[in-house]
Design a protein around this ligand. Structure first.
Ligand code: COA
Length: 329
């Protein structure tokens, strides 16, 4: 069975906020942000919502795949910033796209969210339950940032990315023919979860004395950095081993876009030219679950992905969570 990614799409808010713009409203500088992270600017939502960007990214992915909304069996949205607690972002996407046949639900795995959602979709496809899935990573992180904490708020952005995955029954699984998913692995470490956290609602039932203090993203940047540079290369090597593919055979390493120094460190640990690690964080910042699919769509739109190319995708972040996959385009 071949499970192939047949279309991608993305959507970014119109408003672009540069490091220079941020330096006018807080004590920071382009020099500090660029040199420590590689981020130059990010898109921040004004009118856009997690659902509106998800729908737009989804529409574009369907167009790119050349299929209609009625053909989708499954919609999974990975997000930690849905517009509602219920309905889920995925249910909003179902309605927005008119995907009447689909079943829809959300997944929360923070910055690994798209990869977890993709794996869940693959599992449904592999089991024969569904044939076509729309997988979306979408975030409006600007609404959960502490804008008085310059060490976190400058890192993140808003946006959505989407991919259509489908069982291609008539195609044969020959080498170079684009065999789709070759291997996948994912993991979590809840014991260290609080190094990157955003608390939910407090219980305000009338029996409890509880003054409401909204909670925003709180991060121990150095701990997260250490986690990423150790975990990601190990995860990539495991998944390559499982796929029986060597590091040299990989055309691109599509990593979660958190920080250019994390990407450079992973490249060094894998002994791979950093040129094989495409980047979107310079103009998007860290868009959590949306990072990988936005980057993938940018690469697809630029014609960087040809049938038979082997690609590694890897996500990591809050939870703590991580997930990697090897696919043949
Ligand atoms: N502008 C200017 N100065 C800033 C700043 C900003 N936006 N944010 C923090 N600083 C200051 C700090 O106050 C500190 O000043 P001090 O030395 O006077 O106390 C100094 O810069 C160094 O701060 P520190 O937190 O030690 O910086 P760092 O070198 O660890 O870099 C990160 C911070 C966040 C860039 C880095 O830890 C990182 O990239 N971590 C990974 C985070 C990540 O990717 N998270 C998401 C994963 S999904």
């Amino acid at each position: 069975m071949i499970m192939r990614m047949i279309g991608t799409g993305s959507s970014l808010p119109q408003q672009i906020v540069t490091n220079e713009d941020l330096s006018k409203i807080m004590d920071t500088s382009d020099e500090w942000i660029s040199s420590r992270t590689g981020i130059k600017e990010r898109h921040l939502a004004k009118e856009e919502t997690t659902a509106s960007m998800s729908v737009e990214a989804g529409e574009r992915a369907l167009r790119n795949a050349g299929i209609k909304a009625e053909e989708i069996d499954l919609i999974i949205v990975a997000t930690i910033t849905g517009d509602y607690i219920t309905p889920s972002a995925a249910c909003e996407v179902q309605a927005g796209l008119g995907a009447g046949r689909a079943v829809a639900f959300d997944i929360n795995a923070a910055c690994s969210g798209f990869m977890f959602a993709l794996h869940t979709a693959y599992a449904y496809l592999q089991s024969g339950i569904y044939k076509t899935a729309l997988v979306i990573g979408a975030e409006t992180l600007s609404k959960i940032m502490d804008w008085s904490d310059r060490s976190t708020c400058v890192l993140f952005g808003d946006g959505a990315g989407a991919a259509v995955v489908r069982v291609c029954e008539k195609e044969t699984k020959e080498k170079g023919n684009g065999r789709g998913l070759l291997a996948f692995e994912q993991g979590t470490d809840g014991f260290r979860g609080k190094v990157l956290a955003c608390e939910g609602r407090k219980n305000r039932n009338p029996l409890i004395q509880n003054s409401f203090v909204p909670s925003y993203v709180n991060m121990d940047g150095q701990e997260v950095y250490k986690f990423a540079v150790c975990t990601v290369p190990a995860s990539i090597l495991r998944v390559l081993d499982e796929a029986d593919v060597s590091v040299e055979d990989i055309k691109y390493f599509v990593l979660h876009q958190a920080n250019i120094r994390i990407i450079q460190s992973v490249a060094k640990r894998l002994n791979v030219d950093v040129e094989k690690f495409p980047v979107s964080l310079d103009h998007c910042g860290n868009v959590s679950a949306a990072s990988v699919p936005i980057l993938l769509d940018e690469m697809n739109q630029k014609g960087m992905l040809a049938r038979g190319d082997k690609i590694v995708m890897s996500g990591f972040g809050g939870g703590l969570t991580w997930a990697s996959a090897v696919i043949e385009w």
